[in-house]
Design a protein around this ligand. Structure first.
Ligand SMILES: [Zn+2]
Length: 461
């Protein structure tokens, strides 16, 4: 989940953020209007494009993104039919509409904008029909392409990377993934997700999987630190109408903290730099068949030292899709979307997310989360729990990604269960006999994966 930071960060499309829409409205009422798309508007100048030359127009690249290599898409020529391409554009990836010149779907090919200033386009040729479709090049394997498995090892040979969300530990306050009720133990999402990952790994290995940790400590993967981003943060603020940004945040409740160099450089560190580093590990080293992003959700808790606890509790899962029009304007995001579409990650991650969601819902007894607005997400699949959304992690990990968001950490019930800690068997917590919240999470994800792969891959008799 994402909290206060997401008002700016939604921008950002990047981390999951339940309450950002609601918060945006609240900010508007308080006259705080420039921030929601703050960094989005800021990012185009991250490249040194002061004097664009006539010969080469600069790419419009998102925060810490890299210039798209459109030639990579050549290998996808004639690997998709027009109908399938149009379906994925309209119903999965561009459900929020798109500017008419971005993707033009013609009879035999799609014309995709590479660079508006230079008016350069990529031509993607369609396969004439399913029979003449060329195979889709990809490094990950869908369930139906895995070798036969023994019934008791439905995940045998499957490469799964676990991505415990956030950092935890000493970074939890900076990440705004920290709250404390009185003298109880602080609740830090990054530590909770890592604990779940460590319980989940042996369960998946027992089912036959090869399991990798994208993070297995509460230290970042990126070698950068907030101070490395000070100059960039200052430029972002100036570009967004804060001519003389303050260096530091006064206190956690500083209403203008998002306009400080400190706050912006921290988010560049722990979100953008960190997630892009994790993606490099996934894409160039681990080559998994699947990434599981593990999170705990929350509702706005206000003052972290005196948080609001409530009775709301829910579950949802995310897959990549539902790009905002602003996001599609970035050349790198548009490129990454098309590459993802062509890899058909969606064909694997959606049915998988549906089965995992059903297993989690059954075990956790949680209702589906309903986003307060439909601005950023599109409900997909059949379980009622899965949404498409363009998060940085779901976009740039180049394989199927299932992003789990169970439990409202600042609900009375979940808070009590987190305080009870991890334990074996069942215990009475908050008046109910049940497993530890960590084991309930890990068991249900493992059950969902076992069910999906059991029914989808061929088995050895
Ligand atoms: Zn989270």
């Amino acid at each position: 989940m994402t909290r206060l930071r997401a008002a700016t960060a939604r921008q950002a499309n990047d981390e999951s953020m339940k309450n950002d829409e609601a918060r945006r409205v609240r900010f508007r009422h308080s006259g705080f209007v420039i921030l929601p798309s703050f960094v989005i508007r800021a990012s185009s100048f991250l490249l040194p494009a002061i004097f664009p030359t006539v010969l080469q127009a600069e790419d419009n690249v998102s925060i810490l993104g890299s210039r798209p290599k459109w030639s990579v898409l050549e290998k996808y020529q004639e690997t998709i039919t027009r109908d399938e391409f149009a379906h994925l554009v309209q119903n999965v990836y561009c459900t929020r509409g798109l500017a008419p010149d971005l993707i033009e779907i013609n009879e035999k090919a799609a014309r995709i904008l590479m660079n508006r200033e230079a008016q350069k386009f990529f031509t993607l040729r369609f396969a004439e029909n399913d029979a003449s479709r060329k195979p889709v090049p990809r490094l990950w394997r869908p369930a139906e392409c895995l070798p036969r498995a023994r019934p008791e090892k439905p995940l045998s040979g499957l490469r799964i990377a676990l991505d415990p969300g956030h950092l935890g530990g000493k970074w939890a306050k900076m990440e705004e993934r920290w709250f404390q009720v009185g003298n109880s133990s602080p609740v830090t999402e990054g530590d909770l997700t890592l604990h779940v990952a460590r319980l989940l790994a042996p369960r998946l290995r027992k089912l036959g999987a090869r399991v990798f940790f994208i993070r297995n400590s509460n230290e970042p993967i990126t070698a950068k630190r907030p101070d490395d981003f000070k100059e960039r943060a200052r430029k972002i603020l100036i570009r967004n109408g804060v001519p003389q940004p303050r260096a530091d945040v006064l206190d956690p409740n500083d209403p203008e903290k998002e306009q400080t160099i400190r706050w912006q450089s921290e988010i560049l560190f722990y979100r953008y730099s960190e997630i892009r580093r994790r993606a490099a590990l996934v894409n160039f080293k681990l080559h998994p068949d699947l990434v599981l992003c593990l999170h705990f959700n929350a509702e706005g808790w206000g003052d972290p030292n005196n948080p609001v606890l409530l009775d709301t509790n829910h579950l949802h899962l995310l897959v990549n899709g539902s790009y905002l029009q602003d996001e599609l304007e970035f050349d790198d995001e548009r490129f990454e979307m098309i590459r993802r579409l062509l890899s058909r990650a969606y064909d694997e991650e959606l049915p998988l997310a549906d089965v995992v969601a059903a297993a989690m819902a059954k075990e956790m007894q949680l209702p589906p989360y309903q986003y307060p607005t439909t601005l950023t997400t599109t409900k997909v699949g059949t379980s009622g729990y899965v949404y498409a959304r363009n998060l940085l992690a779901t976009r740039i990990y180049r394989c199927p990604v299932v992003y789990c968001e169970p439990y409202v950490m600042n609900s009375n019930d979940v808070f009590a269960r987190i305080q009870a800690g991890d334990y074996e068997g069942k215990r009475n917590v908050n008046g109910v006999e049940r497993k530890s919240i960590f084991r309930e999470y890990a068991d249900s994800v493992a059950d969902g994966l076992a069910e999906y792969y059991s029914k989808t891959r061929k088995t050895l008799e």
